[in-house]
Design a protein around this ligand. Structure first.
Ligand code: N01
Length: 488
């Protein structure tokens, strides 16, 4: 415990989660806060994803911290560079940039029952001991390549969307794009005009709705700056829509039907060719996979240099891609928009809790935590954007802020009782998880495969309610949900 009974806190990861958490702690008087970041810069997914067209499909006034409104977002759905710069500015202005140690990768963390402290080891061989450990490593930090035979055998350049190789000139090339998720629908319209041929290997068609994007004008910037209420209205409006749709998709079939109708009309309007339209028509409930927003994805697919291939890929060859009908699609470049290892929370770190219990063992059936934040047997450890706190629709920044406030209350409790261990009661977490699983069983996420579910089909990533319902439930930490005991 550091001076004035202020616990020392170590945060893993300097994305929105880690930075937001550090600010919440610093603003509340906790000075001994360090963030370890494996990369050379902050930003998390907004540092990593540099693919053409990378942008956020959540409106920026909502996809920003409530305490750091930005009146001059360039557009409603800002691009990756603007978001990355915003986060850096927030970290600098709030005095947490200096708390980040860059290029330091956490490999292990071990709880010591005797002292009630965590020892955190990093890839450079260093060990640090702290009172409180907070993981803020996100859910989408590890790209996933598909499990297709021959993936390593391709003779030309091949890369994942989150590891875009900007040295590869796509001009005039024959390009294979694998995957039709939120990333692919952003870069396909960007690269389509450049390439000679684009073959999109689609395993599952996406539900796509229009994106009501707009550039914010200089006049709007002035209005937002001088009348903060105007920016709040924009923020609140999108928040209300996210509330309505996120709850509606789970609870009210009429909302799902309405959104499906909008998506269907969008497809009809943008894709006149019935054969192509048939290929692009989803056959699973809307909301099962993440909702996608785009005005230029379908038009790109109608261009003469694009082919949508729906026959399954069986093999990657040195010269291209073989599909199940035996066709070899010869290409010059392969781009994998195949997503992330989203259900492998905190992987590949080795985390050992009370009596040496390993987190990956506790999560053998799938990750779970009390409100995605606290895990039995892992005292004085908390998670930002942990299991079941992702949203099908809405802003993760809103969730992160809710969690940061809750975790700060936990750190305050520990500050009042130096040398103690705060641990969520196992029965409390079990009850919470049983109710959560029951609610999840009624959601549309059960009717298709997605990164929301692990290999056994358990939904480990999503919160089955509205963002506001989550915030309401964790607004105040209830000490009765925890044990607070002296270290052994
Ligand atoms: O990845 P995905 P993503 N053969 O997992 C396909 C966030 N995000 O990077 O549906 C053929 O969604 C797979 O097919 P299927 C957002 O939360 C946010 O696009 O499994 N295809 C699917 O089409 C998002 O949800 C923004 O049948 C294969 C695709 O690859 C998350 O990141 C922007 C295959 C993977 O889609 C992930 O999005 C971008 C195979 N063997 C991303 N294996 C914002 O704007 C996989 N696929 C905030």
């Amino acid at each position: 415990m550091t001076a004035g009974n202020r616990p020392s806190v170590l945060i893993i990861g300097a994305g929105f989660g880690g930075v937001g958490m550090a600010i919440e702690l610093r603003r509340n008087g906790f000075d001994d806060v360090t963030i370890l970041e494996r990369a050379a810069d902050l930003g998390g997914v907004w540092r990593e994803n540099t693919y053409p067209g990378a942008a956020c499909d959540v409106p920026s006034p909502l996809y920003s911290f409530s305490f750091e409104p930005k009146p001059d977002w360039p557009q409603r759905y800002s691009g990756r560079d603007a978001i990355h710069a915003y986060l850096r500015g927030v970290a600098e202005r709030n005095g947490v940039y200096d708390a980040i140690r860059f290029g330091v990768e956490v490999t292990d963390a071990e709880f010591d029952d005797a002292s009630g402290r965590w020892t955190v080891r990093t890839a450079d061989g260093t060990a640090r001991t702290v009172d409180v450990l907070i993981s803020a490593v996100g859910q989408l930090s590890r790209p996933a390549l598909p499990n297709i035979p021959g993936v390593d055998s391709f003779a030309g350049p091949a890369f994942h969307s989150a590891e875009w190789n900007h040295d590869v000139d796509l001009d005039g090339k024959r390009v294979a794009c694998i995957g039709t998720g939120a990333s692919a629908i952003q870069y396909i319209p960007e690269i389509q005009p450049k390439v000679a041929e684009l073959t999109l290997f689609q395993r599952t068609p996406a539900w796509v709705v229009p994106k009501f994007d707009t550039d914010y004008s200089p006049i709007q910037h002035k209005v937002f700056a001088r009348l903060p209420g105007a920016l709040l209205v924009e923020r609140f409006g999108w928040w209300a829509i996210a509330e309505f749709v996120s709850l509606g998709l789970v609870e009210f079939p009429a909302v799902a039907r309405l959104v499906a109708k909008i998506a269907d009309r969008h497809l009809r309007k943008q894709v006149p060719d019935p054969a192509l339209r048939a290929k692009l028509t989803p056959d699973y409930p809307i909301g099962c996979k993440r909702g996608l927003f785009s005005n230029d994805y379908y038009p790109a697919l109608t261009q003469p240099n694009v082919r949508v291939e729906t026959t399954a890929i069986t093999e990657v060859l040195p010269e291209g891609v073989r599909t199940a009908d035996g066709t070899v699609h010869e290409v010059d470049v392969i781009i994998y928009g195949t997503g992330f290892k989203g259900t492998e929370f905190l992987w590949p770190m080795n985390i050992y809790g009370r009596t040496g219990r390993k987190l990956s063992d506790a999560w053998a059936e799938g990750a779970h935590a009390y409100y995605g934040i606290a895990v039995p047997d892992f005292p004085n450890m908390f998670l930002v954007y942990g299991p079941n706190t992702n949203l099908g629709v809405g802003s993760i920044i809103y969730m992160i802020e809710s969690q940061a406030r809750y975790i700060r209350q936990a750190v305050e409790l520990l500050g009042e009782r130096p040398g103690h261990c705060l641990e969520v009661r196992a029965e409390q977490e079990e009850q919470f998880n049983a109710a959560l699983q029951h609610r999840l069983s009624r959601t549309p996420w059960n009717f298709c495969s997605s990164w929301y579910r692990n290999a056994s089909g358990r939904i480990t990533n999503n919160w089955p309610g509205s963002p506001a319902s989550y915030r309401r439930r964790i607004r105040k930490l209830d000490p009765d949900d925890y044990t607070l005991t002296p270290a052994a």
